[in-house]
Design a protein around this ligand. Structure first.
Ligand SMILES: Cc1ncc(COP(=O)(O)O)c(C=O)c1O
Length: 404
């Protein structure tokens, strides 16, 4: 393996040789996904976690129907956050007891759909939403299972602002105000509180932080259940499992996390409390991120005031994330790799949209590149197409292709 191949396999297990000639078969720009890579990530996580953990896939990271079906077949549930996501989850074959609805500002129609379709839980994020969920359930003659989403006082130190970390938050109910939720809950007959949901940090690469966050959330659940006398059946710990986006970042050590969690759940202090409790993680990025790459073709090369620029046929209408988060995705010139060209250069790589925001990065290291070369942006399977702005400039939609 040469340096570029090694770099490629740092980010994905999607077989490089299956990409040979892909530019002849499918025109760029396009997303290429690998179901094998999804299976690999899912099994690694599932097999490392103690049995009482369930995995719900955060659909928002990639709602492609084939990906949903594949993840459902692997045994996951589905975390949804809109009308469209609930419908997609049902269409992909997730049964209602394997679907949850979360989100800070759910419409009446969305809650009604969740209740009428008997979803596992509506994760309630405010007292007003509690009132509305109870009213809708009453009108439907049902008792809806709910989790209360809590905005905790502790921070799991998000490095890039995605969910928001600690402090002021549109998500959940501040722990300082949680008594209000419980005092309203007493009179509500058409909702049944099953547990709590806490999630405030994404893209965590340190298993110790995920572990301490998990322990903090379980401690909060114990404290609330004792203070407000209710029994906890489910603790939803959100997602947040990171993947490296650069060579300076290291892989999350899932096995070590699993060992630590095993010791925790088996310890005298926690075992009896957790006896009848299901712990839920809702990873998005960890399951879909490594499984996708975005391919663009270099149309022109130019230099502006000393900066080498590659102009491509794809842009932020298909992959906004670098511009949105300010983080470039690792990139490989596939054509150069297949042709054995390996002189390295630094390039600004930019798309066709009429805004300077439309760049994938200003200093991307690639093999020396020329028009016609195919550049692959790695780790594009999560928050890639789904988080973009496809209407801008009316370019065609990106094709989404599965190669295994
Ligand atoms: C409620 C909820 N759960 C899970 C996730 C998935 O997070 P990640 O992709 O970091 O695992 C998100 C992401 O925004 C979320 O809002």
């Amino acid at each position: 393996m040469n340096g570029f191949e090694q770099e490629y396999y740092r980010y994905t297990s999607l077989d490089l040789h299956k990409l040979g000639g892909i530019d002849k078969q499918y025109s760029s720009p396009c997303y290429v996904y690998s179901k094998n890579t999804i299976s690999e990530s899912y099994k690694k996580l599932k097999n490392s976690l103690p049995d009482k953990f369930r995995i719900f896939y955060a659909q928002k990271s990639n709602p492609n129907p084939e990906i949903l079906q594949h993840i459902r077949k692997l045994g996951a549930g589905c975390d949804t956050a809109s009308f469209g996501e609930m419908k997609s989850a049902l269409r992909a074959g997730f049964t209602p007891e394997n679907i949850m609805l979360t989100g800070p500002s759910k419409s009446e129609e969305e809650i009604r759909f969740a209740v009428e379709n008997n979803l596992l839980s509506v994760n309630v994020e405010s007292v007003q939403e509690l009132e509305l969920t109870d009213k809708i359930s009453f009108e439907s003659g049902k008792v809806q299972g709910i989790l209360v989403r809590v905005n905790p006082p502790y921070d799991s130190s998000e490095t890039t602002r995605i969910i928001g970390g600690t402090g002021v938050s549109k998500f959940g109910i501040d722990i300082e105000q949680i008594y209000e939720f419980f005092s309203y809950l007493k009179s509500k007959k058409n909702v049944s509180l099953k547990g709590i949901h806490i999630f405030n940090s994404s893209q965590i690469l340190d298993e110790n932080r995920i572990f301490s966050n998990t322990k903090n959330v379980i401690d909060t659940a114990i404290e609330l259940s004792q203070k407000y006398s209710f029994s906890i059946k489910k603790i939803d710990l959100g997602g947040g499992f990171g993947i490296p986006y650069s060579s300076e970042e290291t892989q999350l050590d899932i096995e070590s996390l699993g060992n630590k969690l095993n010791s925790l759940t088996e310890s005298k202090e926690y075992k009896s409390f957790l006896e009848d409790v299901t712990l839920i993680y809702e990873p998005g990025r960890y399951l879909s991120g490594r499984a996708g790459i975005y391919l663009v073709k270099v149309l022109y090369t130019k230099t502006s005031r000393g900066q080498k620029i590659l102009l491509t046929d794809g842009g932020i209408h298909h992959m906004l994330r670098p511009a949105l988060i300010g983080q470039s995705h690792p990139a490989i010139n596939l054509t150069a790799l297949f042709e054995g060209r390996n002189n390295a250069e630094n390039y600004m790589v930019a798309g066709p949209l009429c805004t300077s925001l439309d760049t994938f990065g200003e200093n991307i290291g690639l093999a020396e590149s020329k028009p016609g070369d195919i550049i692959a942006f790695m780790n594009a399977g999560a928050y890639g197409y789904t988080e973009s702005m496809p209407m801008f400039l009316s370019h065609p939609a990106a094709k989404e292709i599965f190669i295994d």
